[in-house]
Design a protein around this ligand. Sequence first.
Ligand code: SF4
Ligand code: SF4
Length: 331
Amino acid sequence: MPRVISKNHIPNLLIHLKKSHDVFAPMEKEGEVVFGNVEDPTKVLLNYKTTLLPPKIYFLPPEEELFKVTNGRVQEEQLNNKFVVFGLSRKDLEAIVYLDQIMNKKPADTFYLNRRRAVTLIGVSEEEVGVPPGGDLILEKISDRYYRTLALTKKGKKIADLEFFEEKEINHKAKSHEATSKLDQILLDSELIARAIEWSRENYRQIWEHLGRVCLGCGICTYVCPLCYCTSTEDKTSFDQTVCSRCRKWDACTLPGFAKIAGGHNFRPTQAARYFNWFYHKFVRAYKEFGRAQCVACHRCQRYCPAGIDIEKVLEEIINAFQKAEPERKF
Ligand code: SF4
Ligand code: SF4
């Protein structure tokens, strides 16, 4: 018999979790959906398109102090409490699983991994989940009133065993998975994308030159992407020079200074080169390293790009040009 939770009990579940954890969830703020600390569980959104910033903010914060040295003594940043991120979408869960793989690659990012160990991830899906993408527990909507539990880990099972859940046969099924976007379909063939991008570097330069003129180099596409993880580090010294902190913050390869080194040389001096690099990393390097594109088709980069650049259209155009120019290639 499936374990289910009634929609009315979800705020009670969140109140219960808040007694022992910090709980973060999607909610509306100034016209956008954002992840935030749950103060009023009735304000938590179960059905939304996408949040502005992805949940990576909880494992790879925009800015953090890694360690500090005080009079020669090194002190690492300590994680405070265990925490819960509730209401994750399928795509965000998928991105976290992929980001785990990236961060586990040697040398592993221990700061990221410590946070991942401290978190419990609870997904909420308004439609049928199919193969669960990851996380600890997923609540799958099966009727207007009930969500079915899919417990994937011990942590998830412990939550699904709480008194807010019950065993109940419901004569409804989850809504079938809605049609996927064109970007989802394009991503099915990571090899084709990788080859087309590689080919475009020399053979379809006009698209990168055009995008280089349009792109503002603001870095927003990187910040909102659940799978971009570039950071830069800097040391800060206290005024009396007794404390030195090693800090890191998000960086973006589309920013003009990203590839600039001491002496002023810039390895990617044009916006075209920088924007190409963003694509190259996501679709060529990632394919070579992990066998798949570093994109889950969340559409955040397209939605928040101030220059209106649409990743789906860019990929489509490059792939079409590649297939037209190289028709004899078999894919
Ligand atoms: S968000 Fe748009 S304008 Fe800003 S760096 Fe990315 S592609 Fe360029
Ligand atoms: S659609 Fe854009 S923001 Fe979303 S995962 Fe892909 S590259 Fe990142």
